[in-house]
Design a protein around this ligand. Sequence first.
Ligand code: URA
Ligand code: CA
Length: 433
Amino acid sequence: MRMVDLIAKKRDGKELTTEEINFFIGGYTKGEIPDYQVSAMGMAIFFKDMTDRERADLTMAMVNSGETIDLSAIEGIKVDKHSTGGVGDTTTLVLAPLVAALDIPVAKMSGRGLGHTGGTIDKLESIEGFHVEISKDEFVNLVNKHKIAVIGQTGNLTPADKKLYALRDVTATVDSIPLIASSIMSKKIAAGSDAIVLDVKTGAGAFMKTVEDARELAHAMVSIGNNVGRKTMAVISDMSQPLGVAIGNSLEVQEAIDTLRGEGPKDLEELCLALGRQMVFLANKAESLEEAEEKLKEVMRNGKALEKFKEFIANQGGDASVVDNPEKLPQAKYKIDLPALEDGMVAELVADEIGTAAMLLGAGRATKESEIDLAVGLMLNKKIGDTVKKGDSLVTIHANRENVDDVKEKLYANIRISDHAEAPVLVHDIVTE
Ligand code: URA
Ligand code: CA
């Protein structure tokens, strides 16, 4: 088999066989096929697309390019949740204990964040003593006994995706549905869960700027998952403005605690319930999505979800008393309000730019090596559709430096006040096949 023939075949819009896809991904992973040929193939795929079968084969070829995680020692149906990225997205911190409180195993492998704010691990590490450096055996035991554990990324998962993603980044082939869908799904499948719930974001803070594009990506990923034997569902949700009110590591832990108590921001609660009910349903713990949602609300009301969060923190060496004494979380030295300059309604809160403002304070990493400041971030006092009077605080800036003029400028440039505005629809669609 020759790579040049496969490139020509795809260039002419024909369908690649399973063997051909395995040859291309296998050869690329081993360094036998050079970047320039794979670049040409990426561009051919970008223009000619792939069939559902090719997409599933590409995904599995990337899964098989490296190690995979075996979760079979964990009892029950393991359901993973994945979000396609967002700003101030606190859903994982809420969903993990919420779902575990219903005896659904949450075996989470997580990474550190790059960009806007930290990843789930960074957020959890704002709790004194909490750590994710646990052995594989300890991880499995914790999930079997307590239904919840988080471990740091281990092993060489999907090396083909790492190489291909880096190449796509410099050859203008990132924005291709078959390539994005197979990239994301390969990582989820390699991580070993039985079922997957996807949160596909749309809007300014997301990869997919329109609902139509997000729907197409969601269908592509759900189809790949179902074709390779992992039950998969997707929610399409709004990321035109940040989710919830907190952006920043310890601020989001606090927000998650409030939400588990049923006292969190309404949009965050709504999305957690929309994703959570699919997780409960896929785990076979409810007959219908409605019943699943009822069960989730029940553990929020009766305190079991919050108890599960405490148990989880203590199991991994953390100080669980932060749940009742949130002032023990890292606190920023300065809290500075951003006053509205006019009367009106909030019409825009550009998600990715607001995320960048939080990064300027030190809440996220510019490079993999950067240190992050767990205490700093932003609290949104107004969201799209809210009425404001001149002088009202739009945002409270939690900073460890006194002068935050750069942050204020960024925020003013990305918060638009107008005569009339309506809150955006949060959940646009549910995709099941
Ligand atoms: N995120 C990924 O992991 N892969 C892509 O291709 C795009 C976004
Ligand atoms: Ca948030």
